[in-house]
Write a protein that binds this ligand. Structure first.
Ligand SMILES: Cc1cc2nc3c(=O)[nH]c(=O)nc-3n(C[C@H](O)[C@H](O)[C@H](O)COP(=O)(O)OP(=O)(O)OC[C@H]3O[C@@H](n4cnc5c(N)ncnc54)[C@H](O)[C@@H]3O)c2cc1C
Length: 330
């Protein structure tokens, strides 16, 4: 079993937050390494191919590196380019395609056990651990019959494969609205179903009129206050206020959100506050969890309230953690 050197800090997850943590640790003179089960910024890489961020570029910046874009809001590929350049600039040590399975040891002498794409196991030793694993890997499953059919997906990528076909989008927030509009604009016949009485109030102010007008014009058929009862190979059955209806269907996008890997956190010994949206217990200043030497960063801090921490604010967790690391390790 390969054993790499001893790091001051090992960051699990090389998303924007994890990168900010490694950068701030390095700037404080510490030896940092990032480990990600996918590529650099794996979640962003898996976002819809042609997406545009909701945020202006300067609010996505980390490590004091300017993010310039000719667009008011940057695209996914611009953001990926930006974060690659940041990683290069800081010469970040990123171990890609290594999934962290477990962490053993204790404060000052952790051992991080990983597995690579070929099932080979590796170990890294680190004095401190930062967990920045995000929330995009685990969809909120609906538990519907047919949800496991290959035609049912929980991630939307691009519209072309659905041209001329009947597509159902489940959900009422940004992801569902954006996917429904994109699919409709590229020739799919789109039906949207949402359990709420209208599109969610969190839908961005420039997207909401677009989706509402498409629905009003009958270009996208929407069922509100409705749920999916059953997904079959060729149809879906919905329960609506007017009763059950079965419609033709080729593909389903269940865009009902994602959740942090709570089991992973619990396996590390991190306690979850069951009375507060399963927020992991941590010091609000240092972001050190109840497990000494294990810090938490990014969206995972907000537990099930995944819309409270995003790149805009999660990027500052790195500096908070680095301050505490410096005081303890120097
Ligand atoms: C479509 C969409 C659009 C968005 N637009 C915006 C926006 O405009 N502005 C904004 O501020 N936010 C936006 N967000 C939210 C933002 O992208 C996330 O909040 C942000 O990525 C969280 O950053 P993070 O570093 O905490 O987690 P992530 O970016 O999710 O990074 C976590 C990393 O951890 C890795 N990982 C997970 N488990 C393991 C493991 N066991 N071992 C090793 N690695 C692991 C993952 O592969 C991933 O690379 C958007 C989200 C979506 C879905």
């Amino acid at each position: 079993m390969a054993l790499s050197g001893i790091f001051d800090v090992l960051v699990i997850g090389a998303g924007p937050t994890g990168m900010a943590c490694a950068i701030e640790a390095q700037r404080a003179g510490l030896k940092a390494v990032l480990v990600d089960k996918g590529c650099l910024c794996n979640s962003l890489f898996n976002y819809p191919a042609h997406m545009t961020f909701f945020t202006t570029p300067e609010l996505l910046e980390i490590g004091n590196i300017p993010f310039s874009s000719p667009n008011q809001k940057p695209t996914r590929s611009e953001a990926l380019e930006y974060y690659r350049k940041v990683a290069e600039n800081y010469r970040l040590d990123v171990r890609q395609y290594e999934r962290v399975d477990k962490v053993t040891g204790s404060d000052g002498q952790f051992v991080v056990h990983t597995e690579d794409r070929f099932g080979r196991t590796l170990q890294h030793q680190a004095k401190k651990i930062v967990v920045a694993t995000g929330y995009y890997d685990l969809p909120n499953y609906l538990g519907l019959p047919g949800e496991d059919l290959p035609k049912t997906m929980h991630y939307y990528n691009e519209p072309h494969p659905y041209f001329g076909l009947d597509v159902l989008v489940i959900g009422g927030k940004n992801s569902a609205a954006i996917a429904a509009l994109d699919l409709w604009r590229h020739g799919a016949r789109v039906t949207l179903v949402h359990r709420g009485p209208a599109m969610h109030s969190h839908v961005k102010y420039w997207i909401l009129p677009d989706i509402n007008n498409r629905i009003k014009n009958g270009e996208i058929k929407a069922y509100f206050s409705s749920v999916v009862k059953l997904i079959n190979e060729d149809t879906v059955t919905l329960t609506t206020p007017e009763g059950e209806t079965t419609i033709a269907n080729h593909f389903v996008f269940a865009l009902t959100g994602y959740r942090p890997d709570f089991e992973f956190l619990e396996a590390l010994g991190v306690r979850l506050d069951e009375n507060n949206s399963r927020c992991p217990v941590c010091d609000p200043q240092s972001l050190e969890s109840n497990v000494p030497g294990v810090y938490l960063a990014g969206v995972i801090i907000a537990g099930e309230r995944t819309n409270e921490v995003f790149i805009e604010n999660g990027r500052f967790h790195g500096a908070q953690i680095a301050r505490d690391l410096t005081s303890k390790l120097s």
